[in-house]
Design a protein around this ligand. Structure first.
Ligand SMILES: Cc1ncc(COP(=O)(O)O)c(C=O)c1O
Length: 358
């Protein structure tokens, strides 16, 4: 029996999508073979992925100024690919450190470019997200990198940057959760395993002008431009993950697009945060306007109850609520595929747990 899956990633995929995949796994579209057995060079596959790209462009309303790439290596690969490609624009780049993921991005970049940490909330254990006013932007930096939704801390910056600079954003855990003004970014990247589909794929949305300024003195596989020239098929792509992502995009369109998901996601997060704020049994100290709508983190005031919480929630089919090992506590990731009913069941369980142990 499938449970309510609150995993941070790889995360829940809409059941409808998984059923469809199961139904067509043995033979895809009268081809006599499974989708995982056919070449990425076949007409069948190339026309499939060209439709997938079109769907993503439609969903996110991506302007012609930007290219969309489907790459391998997850989001972590981008931590290195970005500085390697753009260190020829300038020897230094600006990084905002607002949580574990942006810290990792900055520390990987340090090996490849001079990193200016232009704002950091590390001293306060990432309990707030540095506002734009706190960013001490450097004049000649190649780009500004930030992570608008810190998956581990459950903290987010809900405003869109509007600077005359190349803005690079790690949107791994927030992409497709709501409409996005892509034009404000020079590069957006996301590992697929949250709102896009299975792991093994990363989406990169890159401004063509920015891409064309990138370093050409790199192996081809490291260059965005080469991936663009090859329609994201510079080498064999993760064909299965890409195909499933395409099904998720169709599901997003059919459900009503990102406007629909924005409302649904805000509703789910509000229900959960309102409950957390109504009790001292659970704690979330993040400023209200900086709380993530995708990853809701909380602690139990009595940490000795953590084990019981996990054990009892799991037995009620509320899965994967344990926070990241680096951060501790609990985390309910409520991406697009989590229906409001799952969140209601979680709250019901949390209330019962509180009355049992509170
Ligand atoms: C915000 C963010 N950035 C980067 C990563 C790393 O992604 P990957 O494992 O695809 O490299 C994650 C993974 O959860 C993430 O949440």
């Amino acid at each position: 029996m499938r449970g309510w899956n609150f995993s941070a990633g790889p995360a829940a995929i809409p059941e409808e999508v998984i059923s469809e995949v199961r139904n067509e796994l043995l033979e895809y579209d009268d081809s006599g073979a499974s989708i995982i057995e056919i070449s990425h060079r076949t007409k069948l596959y190339t026309s499939l992925v060209s439709e997938i790209k079109k769907d993503l462009i439609e969903i996110l309303d991506i302007p012609d100024t930007h290219e969309v790439l489907f790459l391998q290596g997850g989001a972590t690969y981008q931590f290195s690919m970005i500085p390697m490609n753009f260190r020829n624009i300038s020897e230094n780049a600006d990084y905002v450190v607002s949580g574990t993921w942006s810290k990792k991005a900055a520390s990987e970049a340090e090996k490849l470019i001079k990193v200016n940490v232009i704002a950091s909330s590390e001293d306060s254990k990432f309990s707030h997200f540095p506002s734009f006013e706190e960013w001490k932007i450097t004049n000649n930096s190649a780009y500004i990198h930030y992570c608008p939704n810190e998956t581990m801390q459950g903290i987010a910056l809900h405003k869109t940057p509007d600077f005359n600079k190349n803005i690079v954003a790690d949107m791994t855990s927030v992409i497709l959760s709501q409409p996005l003004d892509v034009s404000k970014y020079s590069l957006i990247y996301a590992g697929a395993q949250k709102n896009i589909g299975p792991a093994g794929l990363a989406v990169v949305i890159i401004e063509k002008n920015f891409m064309n300024q990138a370093n050409t003195n790199l192996s081809k596989i490291l260059q965005y431009r080469e991936h663009s020239k090859a329609d994201s098929m510079f080498n064999t792509p993760p064909t299965f993950a890409w195909y499933v992502a395409g099904k998720v995009f169709k599901w997003i369109k059919k459900s009503g697009g990102l406007g629909y998901f924005k409302n649904a996601n805000i509703k789910k997060a509000t229900l959960l945060y309102e409950y957390l704020d109504s009790t001292d049994f659970y704690i979330n100290n993040i400023q209200k306007n900086q709380r993530s709508i995708m990853n809701v983190t909380f602690e139990l005031a009595n940490e000795a109850l953590n084990k019981n919480f996990i054990k009892e929630s799991t037995s009620k089919n509320l899965l994967n609520l344990k926070g990241h090992a680096l951060v501790g506590g609990m985390r309910a990731s409520i991406y697009n595929a989590m229906p409001v009913e799952g969140v209601r069941e979680l709250i019901q369980f949390m209330k019962e747990f509180e009355s049992k142990y509170g």
